[in-house]
Design a protein around this ligand. Sequence first.
Ligand code: ADP
Length: 509
Amino acid sequence: MTSPFKNRIGDAWIGDGDVTENINPSDLSDVVGLYARADAAQAADAIAAARAAFPSWSATTGQMRGDILERAAAEILARREELGELLAREEGKTLPEAMGEVARAGQIFRFFAAEAVRAAGEVVPSVRPGVSVEVTREPLGVIGLITPWNFPIAIPAWKIAPALAYGNCVVFKPAELVPGCAWALTEILVRAGLPAGVLNLVMGRGSVVGAAMLESPEVDAISFTGSVGTGRQVAERCVATMKKVQLEMGGKNPLIVLDDADLPAAVEAAVNGAFFSTGQRCTASSRLIVTEGIHDRFVAAVTARLERLTVGHALRKGTDIGPVVSQDQLEQDRRYIAIGQDEGARLAWGGGLVECDTKGFFLQPALFTETTNAMRINREEIFGPVASVVRVRDYEEALAAANDTAFGLAAGICTTSLKHASHFKRNAQAGMVMVNLPTAGVDYHVPFGGRKASSYGPREQGAYAANSTPPSRPPTSTPEPFPRQRRARPAPAPRDAWGRRTISPTLLP
Ligand code: ADP
């Protein structure tokens, strides 16, 4: 039997015991690899290793931390195709989508490599005479990162990179379905020169490894992305142990299409936002809120576009939509399709299983029409290639429907009216608002996060990430130096198998 990919705890790769098979959702006969499954004791060891590494790591210069992150960035970008293939194989998004995600992870490490030397404070005059006040940021300590399966490298990147850049140590628990990218990323960072214990990888069950991280008094903060239900539990556990906490959870993102919209552009925004990455994005446009003057033309054009999309193996050329990630997720998607039909919505297109020459979780994108915003399919996050059209009279009714949700991650509007676009930007109750764009697809240098039940705590990404993992000030005394860093392998020039050099940012979260 091949030996499993192991967890990283302190300075060692550990785990010959419990293993899990990483299965390709495009081809259930394809085992991506065997991956060690950590237990609670190993999680405790990882936390202890991070704690032990913290005094030295937090006292390093931003230059040293930035150099390591830059080496990792260069390697990730150089290996974009190979890592993209691994990602597509274990998660099921298409190869171009996966390579775009890998490139984004590289860009994030590069961004935070530079941020590491930018840690600045403030000196302000005191209200007392003859006194001045220094405001500095300090590293927080040990950060526990709990990540989901839908962006197996970009989300870990945007949590790990700022945590490390600002002088913190990390215990990283990836989602059970996607250990491959997590392992590859950890291995790159270790080889880039991270000292022992600064980054620890504990692959395993949320209820075991995640729970151990939440309970430990040695973890200072948790950054979590996942479902609302788990997010609530994470928040409760963090408050009980007085940890700082950052939560990114679900969405039920509206895309409004007004009568005056450019129809082809609106159709592209809707199809991309709702169905690309198999609809498995928390920023997906799952509610298409359409005014009545354009409604029928919009539905006809979206349906015609869906007819031309190919659902299939994520690594095959010509596939537009890869498989659903797992059997459980497929069952959830199909359950919601049945719920929509029971609620009286019209299934205008898709929703059936797709046969391919490999056995996988292939589902036709599903478009519901004649829905109301009160239906469960419009209130609960499905997290699959399922979207609903809600017909409304005018902009005012569209805005009210858009905001009539417990969530508030992203919102979009397709219109040529400056008046309505401007009004929507100010009045959409969402963390991120798009105009004539899909709701999914964000930049890495600006804050990411939502309002209402979608997010809790400080924003992620860009310089705003400093608010959750504060940058350090330069050390005032000389710390124990770390041994000389090994040099990274020279990077091969990037290639793109599918001839797509520019990856559209709209393929990203
Ligand atoms: P999804 O339904 O998309 O898998 P989850 O919220 O269940 O989303 O999972 C997101 C992350 O949270 C995963 O890494 C998972 O292992 C972890 N997780 C799940 N349950 C718990 C828990 N009780 N405590 C800590 N982490 C958990």
